[in-house]
Ligand binder design. Structure first.
Ligand code: T4K
Length: 371
């Protein structure tokens, strides 16, 4: 029997008619982009949903992160993690800065805050940590270090839409936080992203960077580019935001089923459940400890693929191992990140994934299990 392909994720979609209704007005007013009505409305609604003071929308998360870094006019070295998507490291490098890679915490997979200070040099100007998989970095420790050494903290929160720590939105920590609204994310605008921050001067600069340097009037006060979110994307965001709570609940059910099925196996490490953190279940990463489980990550991944199930190795390889950075870094400087990267597999997770399929995925995974 041929079963349907199950990919690592599947975009959430609003009812077709709802989206059509949302974009109908675009045909009437012919305003397609450049901070239109839907853009303004989405920005306000997201500010309130995320509990942040300022929010600047962007055409994608990567450009949002590049702009957030640029907005501080930094020089020198930036301490960051190699355990992330290409975007984080590239955003630092494309700003003319030097990434300095810090190892990760083995529980949360986020930057190990205890290891940051030893990497600080007179050239260090910022820290760019990543809230990985819908977990959250040690924001208190990072803030303490940043204050002590006068460093900026710019979070990559691409995976952390709607995540809270002790009731506080993740976008409230650090000097700025980027969110990704890519089609594969918990909340999406097809392509899109945003930067949250606390002060309106910074959000004016972010606006200039994404709008050719214009804030108001004809003078460009910054050599900015173009990273504006279109009205079609904003309309998708408005539709998706209406159903975000339901969508998160469906993801939660999938995650709980995975946890139920895969617990009690010493050879499988499930993602940590951080105290005080309210997640939105963006990814479900599982580690396979070959000696105990009896099989390595690649072999499990291949067996799933044979059954038309396509899990993904987020994040393998480490960004420090990319050929564009060849000869500059060693993965052995971040041994925990290297170990995790070699054993991690993100299992399929999306709103419409049915629990029977979760059971089937787990059965396949556990087929050769020794423990
Ligand atoms: N920082 C971090 C930590 C990130 O993870 C990301 C993005 C960024 C920064 C940058 O944010 P953006 O500039 O992207 O807003 C995907 C996503 O494209 C990327 O957004 C995401 N992280 C990354 C972790 O995953 P790929 O290369 O794995 O995508 P792709 O095309 O293989 O898609 C993965 C699966 O998603 C497919 O198997 C099926 C599903 N899918 C994909 C698309 C494009 C859909 O269901 N619908 C779709 O439209 O990077």
């Amino acid at each position: 029997m041929k079963t349907e392909k199950i990919l690592v994720t599947r975009s959430s979609m609003p009812p077709f008619e709802e989206y059509v209704e949302e974009i109908r007005g675009i045909w009437e007013d012919r305003w397609l982009t450049n901070f239109g009505k839907r853009h303004q409305e989405l920005q306000e609604r997201l500010k309130s949903f995320l509990g942040v003071k300022e929010l600047t929308l962007f055409s994608n998360g990567h450009l949002a992160l590049e702009a957030a870094i640029a907005s501080f006019r930094l020089e020198g070295e930036v301490i960051t993690t190699p355990y992330t998507f290409a975007s984080t490291t590239h955003a630092i490098v494309r700003n003319g800065l030097t990434p300095v890679f810090c190892d990760i915490d083995e529980m949360t997979y986020c930057i190990n805050a205890k290891k940051i200070e030893e990497l600080i040099t007179p050239k260090t100007t910022a820290i760019v940590p990543v809230h990985v998989y819908g977990g959250i970095c040690d924001v208190d420790k990072i803030q303490e270090i940043a204050q002590k050494h006068h460093l900026k903290v710019i979070y990559d929160g691409a995976h952390a839409f709607g995540v809270k720590k002790n009731g506080v939105g993740v976008g409230c920590f650090g000097d700025a936080t980027m969110f990704s609204f890519h089609a594969t994310k918990v909340f999406h605008t097809i392509e899109g992203g945003a930067v949250a921050c606390k002060n309106s001067d910074l959000s004016d600069i972010l606006h200039e960077i994404e709008n050719f340097g214009f804030l108001s009037g004809d003078d460009a006060v910054w050599a900015g580019g173009n990273a504006k979110l279109s009205e079609f994307s904003a309309a998708m965001g408005l539709c998706n935001l209406r159903r975000i709570e339901t969508s998160i609940l469906s993801r939660k059910a999938v995650v709980e089923r995975y946890r139920q099925n895969l617990k009690n196996h010493a050879g499988i490490i499930l993602p940590a459940q951080q105290q005080g953190v309210e997640t939105t279940y963006s990814y479900f990463p599982v580690r396979f400890i070959e000696d105990i489980f009896g099989e390595d990550r690649d072999s499990v991944s291949e067996r799933l693929a044979e059954k038309n199930i396509f899990a993904r190795k987020y994040f393998y390889p480490l960004t420090s191992a990319f050929s564009c950075y060849s000869g500059k870094y060693s993965v052995y400087d971040t041994p925990i990140a290297e170990k995790v990267s070699n054993s991690i597999l993100c299992l399929p997770l999306y709103e419409e994934l049915c629990l029977d399929d979760v059971d089937r995925i787990c059965e396949i995974i556990l087929k050769n299990c020794k423990d």
